[in-house]
Design a protein around this ligand. Structure first.
Ligand code: PLP
Length: 602
């Protein structure tokens, strides 16, 4: 039975019950009931459902797991965490995160001036802010301003020039100096797709020589007292802990050496992000649990502190993916099944048909369960030959259309005859009998990591889960780009249901899309972000909070700097007032497909 790997990737957040996917929380609503409620309000395109309770669960799990390791090892340092804004800066995600983070003193990490402004505005005063990435003097000045607002902010320097700028701003602004952290360039790298963020050749961090120079520069300018943190990040989505242990030892020793040099307020090691999320629906790819991870961090740092005779450091993490990925589900309506074009009532056989077409017709009529597999195979061969005959001019367009209809009908009939007992046999033909599903979304906008780096995401229909899916599925988006496709992959096959969209809706859910996808996505073909909704629970009821509709066409054009009053005036000049009013209505709708014309409705 196909459960789409939910046991592997869902972490108990979603369950299948009575044939539908449900949110495993509070009143356990089905995803389809939520989707129907939203669509009732005329939002017909793709939907991003955000579940703040899942973000809260991740934050709570992170803190309780680390705190229990700390207790178990009688560790003297404290656990702290910040959310790296780069992973998801959108207000509908950030506001609930900051609000539930308050009780833990959960903070934010910023890597640019714009992200810093978000952190300065919304971070709970007293919760940590850490600043990474390349900085200019203006950004450093902003950090000083944040400090003067009462924020607990640490500037993590990536190079000596940043330290020099801190010295300058300190002297010129006369503002109190924020804490300083040093990002160290470790010898050890990470594991997984993003491992290049760590290691000696990474883009970031200070070498040992630079660390010593930085220390000297701080001494010369009386800044040593502000040095509080050592930082490293060995890469996102670590699939094993081994490289982390090496990095911890390396950075632990740097910490201890600096303390022994006289860094009196150095008190924290920031281990960056990198906690992995399970994206696979086929086999586990993350080979550790959070408690193994936290035990290893606490144990290793304790050992080093003991060996070097220094205080056990506070621990900071900047995990982003772990906190945010599971909180968001993308729902895409299926607009069309490719084979729907090949309904039998379009078959227009002639009095006299070419022999191969005649044979296809017989295969279709005579097929039984026993012959289904063989006949399906034969029909696919015949189809190939008929296409060649068409190219050579021996059959006409009507013949070709008949051939296509018959072949598709043979495949459908064979699948329905075989599906119960011979499912495995059937799968062998997967690649030849693919069904293409057209989805109302843009892959470039909503799953950029699939497009860019082949990141897989769990995919599951949100209904029909009590029925055997019989079609090997290839997914197409609505952009005019052939890369907007998730092809059928025999190694990681996706099977979907054969549905008649004139009679019922069919929606696919893409899970774990809350990390990085929202802002990495791009407006290819000018499809902007999907309509997004926060789903919250109050008194056993589902509340649709903060519905943010996909951008209107006119706003998308304004965003790329078109003069929208000029657009309106040019269009208006050529149209009657009445027609222009209709056009104006379209300008104020979003660009996803709304009503799709179908000849079956006639
Ligand atoms: N901290 C730093 C410095 C990073 O560069 C990143 C991401 O690349 C993160 C934290 C977040 O990583 P993740 O989302 O894998 O936890």
């Amino acid at each position: 039975n196909n459960n789409y790997g939910i046991d592997i990737w869902s972490d108990g957040n979603f369950i299948i019950e009575d044939g539908v996917a449900k949110v495993n929380f509070d009143c356990k609503p089905s995803l389809i009931s939520i989707v129907k409620d939203i669509r009732k309000q005329d939002f017909k395109g793709p939907l991003l459902l955000r579940f703040p309770h899942i973000t809260e669960k991740q934050i709570t799990t992170l803190y309780t797991t680390f705190n229990s390791s700390i207790k178990e090892y009688d560790y003297k340092g404290k656990f702290n965490a910040v959310f790296p804004l780069k992973v998801n800066q959108l207000p509908n995600f950030i506001h609930p995160l900051v609000s539930v983070g308050k009780e833990y003193n959960y903070g934010l990490e910023a890597g640019s001036k714009a992200e810093l402004i978000i952190a300065m505005t919304y971070n709970n005063i007293g919760s940590p802010i850490t600043i990474n990435g390349f900085k200019d003097k203006e950004m450093i000045h902003l950090c000083f301003i944040a400090k003067s607002m009462g924020h607990n902010i640490t500037i993590i320097i990536e190079g000596l020039n940043e330290l020099e700028m801190i010295v300058e701003v300190f002297k010129e602004s006369k503002l109190a100096c924020p804490n300083i952290g040093l990002r160290v360039r470790l010898h050890s790298g990470g594991s997984g797709l993003w491992a290049k963020s760590g290691g000696i050749n990474s883009k970031f961090g200070l070498t040992s020589t630079e660390i010593l120079e930085a220390y000297e520069l701080m001494e010369e300018n009386d800044l040593v007292k502000y040095l509080t943190m050592i930082h490293f990040h060995i890469g996102s989505a670590m699939n094993s802990i081994k490289p982390l242990k090496k990095a911890l030892r390396e950075s632990g020793h740097i910490y201890a050496e600096l303390k022994n040099l006289g860094a009196i307020n150095l008190s924290s090691i920031n281990i960056g992000g990198g906690l992995a999320v399970e994206y696979s629906a086929y086999e586990r790819t993350r080979f550790y649990s959070l408690s193994e991870f936290s035990n290893d961090v606490v144990f290793t740092l304790k050992e080093i502190a003991k060996q070097k005779g220094v205080d056990e450091p506070n621990i900071f993490t900047e995990s982003g993916r772990f906190i945010s990925a599971a909180s968001t589900v993308l729902i895409t309506p299926v607009l069309e099944l490719f084979s729907a074009e090949y309904e039998l009532d379009h078959l227009k056989l002639k009095e006299e048909n070419p022999p191969l077409i005649q044979e296809l017709h017989e295969l279709f009529n005579d097929m039984s369960k026993k012959t289904a597999y063989e006949f399906m195979h034969d029909s696919i061969d015949h189809m190939e030959s008929l296409l060649t005959l068409f190219d050579l001019g021996y059959i006409d367009l009507q013949d070709r259309s008949n051939a296509e209809i018959l072949t598709h009908q043979i495949i459908k009939k064979a699948i329905s005859l075989l599906q119960i007992d011979d499912y495995e046999e059937l799968k062998k033909l997967d690649e030849n009998i693919q069904e293409k599903y057209l989805l109302n979304f843009s892959l470039f906008q909503s799953l950029p990591d699939y497009w860019g780096i082949d990141q897989e995401f769990p995919i599951m229909p949100i209904t029909h889960l009590d029925k055997n899916p019989t079609r090997s599925a290839c997914l197409w988006d609505i952009t005019c780009d052939s890369d907007g496709e998730l092809p059928f992959d025999l190694k990681k096959p996706l099977y979907l249901h054969d549905v008649n969209l004139n009679q019922e809706d069919y929606f696919l859910g893409f899970f774990n899309v809350g990390a990085y996808q929202d802002t990495l996505g791009m407006k290819h073909n000018l499809f902007s972000h999907p309509t997004e909704v926060n789903i919250v629970f109050k008194d056993g009821k589902v509340i649709l909070e903060k519905i943010l509709e996909s951008q209107k066409i006119i706003d998308i054009l304004e965003d790329i700097d078109y003069d929208t009053s000029e657009i309106r005036s040019i269009l208006g000049k050529h149209l009657s007032k009445e027609t222009y009013n209709v056009l104006e209505k379209y300008l104020n709708e979003n660009s996803y497909l709304k009503t799709i014309w179908s000849y079956y409705d006639e």
